[in-house]
Design a protein around this ligand. Structure first.
Ligand code: NAD
Length: 357
């Protein structure tokens, strides 16, 4: 059963971690290390069953392989899950026990923060292994990832505008932003500076008020955000929001935002394509977070990290070109590019995407 699942997702290695004393039950999935060590966060979640945790970790690990490959990084993909409630089950002993397991992999897997884990948890892991990112500043951390992720999303929106309107200039463009939390707050700053008009929504009134006050944004209701006439729709809250209920409502020419897993199903990406809406693949648009944290592996330098994040613009340009050439949606072209990079490297030890276009 497990091997069938590993085969289906193409996972290289699975590590089950159990420490009776601290109560640790974790699974590390190393999906693919062709391009480099498998970097991916540790999620802590009260999974209802071991099967649910396993399915989640292999799916997320594969996602990290594609993300790193499509972003042009020399990294593989991996992920870890700790089965437990982050509100009740955390302890120093638990994360240190987990860190010992990470260390046994000697850098084949490098961990980071994810849903349910924090900088403090990474610091505990760091006491047992150097193979961890997102630690406290005194250990060489890259700090809060949100502004950097936002900068990458902004580059992604510019690239999409260039593809659709023939110019990355956003002045006068109407951008609707769903969720103005950590990433989107900074994104709105970049968009405003570029001359875009902002329409925002959030379930937290305080977040809406902040965007209205600081960026002169117009506030709309949480359901209204799909129907407002605009040029660009930027989903920056939760996943699955491009679905049967919302697609027919969209007035935008472009969908590009920070949220993970925006398509409820892949067919919704095909439907957007058929409707002539450019959906910029979420995992490339939001890869600034990964690019930033991966810079820690060389001794973090902010300027170098930002320069690399700015390359999301060109990376998406390549993906859009590939999509045009093959008459496929951009999200499929991103997968194609990721797979091609990995396969090419296996044959030639060449990280580039030469010969692809
Ligand atoms: P966040 O929690 O700070 O912001 C999300 C915002 O969405 C919050 O303000 C929340 O109130 C709002 N929201 C929740 N449900 C909503 C709804 N139904 N309608 C409207 N607003 C709603 O999270 P974040 O760190 O800004 O991340 C945003 C998205 O980007 C997430 O999907 C995250 O996985 C993804 N992402 C974040 C980073 C990063 O560096 N933080 C990196 C890559 C991807």
């Amino acid at each position: 059963m497990t091997f069938t699942l590993l085969d289906h997702y193409g996972v290289e290695q699975l590590v089950y971690c159990q420490d009776k004393q601290s109560g640790l039950k974790a699974i590390i999935a190393i999906h693919d290390t062709t391009l480099g060590p498998a970097l991916g966060g540790t999620r802590m979640y009260p999974y209802a069953s071991e099967d649910e945790a396993l399915e989640d970790v292999v799916r997320l690990a594969r996602g990290m392989t594609y993300k790193a490959a499509a972003a042009g990084l020399q990294l593989g993909g991996g992920k870890a899950v700790i089965i437990g409630d982050p509100k009740k089950d955390k302890s120093e002993a638990l994360f240190r026990a987990f860190g010992k397991y990470v260390n046994t992999l000697q850098g084949r897997y490098i961990t980071a923060e994810d849903v349910g884990t924090t900088v403090m948890d990474m610091d505990y892991i760091h006491q047992e292994t150097p193979y961890v990112t997102g630690v406290s500043p005194e250990f060489g951390s890259s700090g809060n990832p949100s502004p950097v992720t936002a900068f990458g999303v902004f580059q992604g929106i510019r690239a999409a505008a260039n593809e659709v309107y023939g110019s990355p200039d956003l002045s006068g463009k109407v951008v609707t932003v769903q969720g103005v939390g950590s990433v989107a707050y900074h994104l709105c700053g970049f968009l405003k500076e570029a001359g875009a008009e902002l329409i925002v929504t959030d379930v937290v009134q305080e977040h809406v008020d902040r965007a209205v006050r600081e960026y002169n944004a117009t506030a709309v209701g949480v359901n209204e955000i799909y129907t407002v006439p605009c040029d660009i729709f930027a989903p920056c809250a939760m996943g699955g929001i491009l679905n049967d209920d919302t697609l027919s409502l969209l007035k935008a020419r472009i969908v590009a935002g920070a949220a993970n897993n925006q398509l409820r199903e892949e067919r919704h990406g095909d439907l957007l394509h058929e409707r002539g809406i450019l959906y910029a693949p979420d995992y490339v648009v939001n890869s600034g977070g990964l690019i930033n944290v991966s810079d820690e592996l060389q001794g973090y330098q902010r300027e170098r990290a930002l320069n690399n994040v700015a390359k999301i613009y060109d990376q998406l340009g390549t993906i859009f070109e590939l999509a045009r050439q093959h008459s496929i949606p951009a999200f499929r072209a991103a997968d194609m590019l990721a797979i091609h990079r990995i396969e090419q490297y296996k044959k030639t030890n060449d990280y580039s995407i030469e010969g692809m276009l």
